[in-house]
Design a protein around this ligand. Structure first.
Ligand code: FMN
Ligand code: MN
Length: 497
């Protein structure tokens, strides 16, 4: 990577990051695509079908909008773009090495509190009252069956706990409902949702700010299961090794990222609900309520701050593997860190597979040290903070299996398990409104649609501990012979290998 290490952690804002991403050849500017289906559709096609690594796409000259009012898709979806965001020197595309580097970072990380500053770049423009018009931004409609345009998909929703005042940032989708109205979808158990429920139970409005185009490290933190009571500001500061700068938002007084592209703030009223969705979700389905909308709270926007030539950051969920890479890698590192901290030794790697939408099919590789080690690793990975959200299948494999290679994982399951004894189940575990295995009847007619559960399986695909030392030998050319053969026959096979 042709940048000095110091360059990474010092990305001061999204524009600085974009400049470096461009130098790395990780950014493509696209001119003339429309907000309605074109930007989203092209992003999905490029993510799925690019030869080699798909670049991030920066859309400009969007019809109906001034030149310079841009939209960015696929921001974090490559090893190098993630390395740039986290200040990691990831020279390899090998998934285990990347996840390990992220886990090392988490393991040694100190939280850094945000720093309040007087002025931020986002204050270049301020709209309040009748001047507010969210249609001035090129808000995309992503998919043909989506019920609206989504202004918040790669953003941070900032709320504060009414009891003890801690500030949370979470990525919860925001649908445009009018020139100064936004629908907000937060699943039960999300930190922002608990803050919302506490306010609404007391009959109070929820004050909320939405930051779009914030520091990419802050966006990443806001998508991950950072522990309760730990602000994602501190976590992102820790990731970067420097404090995130914040200003006080004019109406809500919430701390908001000083150098974001756009800040929208306002409040949701306790009893108001409007139709939200349908929206094509991360698991690859319209699973919230099929193609019918769901009633959600509405943010009444009181002020909008934005930079000159604002950049709208966007994430477009679709059928996996699609946009899942960054989330797979960082969630793998989070689970790895959590199970090690819970006492699981000799973890060789963790990978949350993209094909499982980075949440539904997760694999842990261990060097078995004692009887029960594999179950310990699997059960903890399946229920820890970062793995609990659906987390339907957790597979534990021996250390000769590359957990990120689906072919190897399937081979281990197929050859090293006895289904009746190798698979454990947990019933009535955490699910999601986006779970495609919760029936449509429940979602559309239940008196409590948020009472959703899934069962989970832990598949112990390690050789049985009691005879692992007599496990059948693997049929494979040894590393030594491989080296010799390749050296001797290089010329003959140069077109084949
Ligand atoms: C692109 C993207 C969109 C997401 N949209 C939502 C959403 O609409 N609602 C939701 O509850 N979680 C959503 N999530 C998941 C949350 O952002 C994630 O669980 C995060 O940990 C929430 O923050 P919290 O732990 O502080 O609640 C989304 C994640 C990503 C990556
Ligand atoms: Mn949180």
């Amino acid at each position: 990577m042709n940048l000095p290490q110091e360059a990474f952690a010092t990305c001061v804002d999204l524009r600085d990051w974009l400049e470096k991403a461009e130098q790395l050849g990780e950014l493509k500017v696209v001119r003339g695509a429309t907000w309605d289906l074109e930007m989203g559709g092209l992003s999905e096609i490029v993510a799925r079908e690019a030869k080699g690594t798909a670049p991030a796409l920066l859309f400009d000259d969007i019809p109906g909008f001034p030149r310079g009012h841009r939209a960015l898709f696929g921001q974090l979806d490559s090893v190098r773009r993630l390395a740039l965001t986290l200040g990691l020197d990831l020279q390899t595309a090998e998934k285990r090495a990347c996840a390990r580097a992220c886990r090392d970072k988490l393991n040694g990380m100190k939280l850094i509190a945000p720093r309040k500053v007087e002025r931020g770049k986002v204050q270049e423009n301020l709209a309040q009252g009748d001047d507010i018009d969210l249609f001035k931004f090129p808000v995309p409609r992503h998919h043909e069956q989506d019920g609206g345009r989504y202004i918040g998909t790669a953003h941070c929703v900032i709320t504060q706990d009414p009891d003890d005042g801690w500030v949370n940032l979470g990525t919860y989708r925001c649908m445009l409902m009018g020139k100064d109205k936004i629908g907000l979808h937060m699943s039960p158990g999300r930190h922002g949702r608990t803050m919302r429920d506490k306010c609404f139970e007391r009959g109070q409005p929820l004050k909320v700010a939405v930051a779009i185009g914030a520091d990419p490290a802050l966006f990443l933190a806001s998508t991950m299961a950072v522990t309760n009571q730990v602000s994602e500001y501190e976590f992102a500061g820790g990731l970067k090794g420097s404090a995130i700068e914040v200003i006080e938002a004019p109406y809500t007084k919430l701390p908001v990222p000083a150098h974001a592209e756009i800040i929208i703030e306002g409040e949701c009223h306790p009893t108001e609900r409007q139709d939200e969705g349908p929206f094509g979700e991360w698991a690859g389905y319209y699973a919230n309520n099929g193609l019918a909308p769901v009633k959600e709270p509405v943010i009444h926007v009181k002020s909008v701050l934005f930079r000159n030539n604002p950049i709208l950051t966007c994430a477009q969920p679709a059928r996996p593997p699609g946009y899942h890479f960054a989330f797979s890698m960082f969630r793998s590192a989070m689970i790895w860190d959590e199970i090690e901290k819970a006492g699981v030794p000799d973890v060789r790697g963790v990978w949350c597979h993209e094909a499982g939408a980075s949440r539904l099919f997760n694999v842990v590789s261990i060097k078995q040290r004692y009887a029960g080690h594999a179950r310990q690793a699997g059960l903890l990975a399946s229920q820890c903070s970062s793995g609990v959200y659906i987390g339907r299948y957790t597979v534990v494999v021996d250390d000769d299996i590359d957990e990120s290679n689906l072919g190897e994982v399937i081979w281990a399951i197929a050859t090293r398990t006895d289904p009746v004894t190798s698979i454990d189940f947990a019933r009535r575990s955490r699910s999601s409104s986006a779970d495609p295995m919760v029936s449509p009847d429940h979602k559309s007619t239940s008196s409590n649609p948020s009472a959703v559960f899934t069962s989970k399986a832990v598949i112990d695909a390690c050789w049985p501990y009691e005879w692992k030392d007599r496990a059948y030998p693997v049929v494979q050319v040894s590393a030594e012979l491989r080296g010799e053969l390749l050296a001797k026959w290089a010329e003959e096979f140069k077109e084949v290998l």
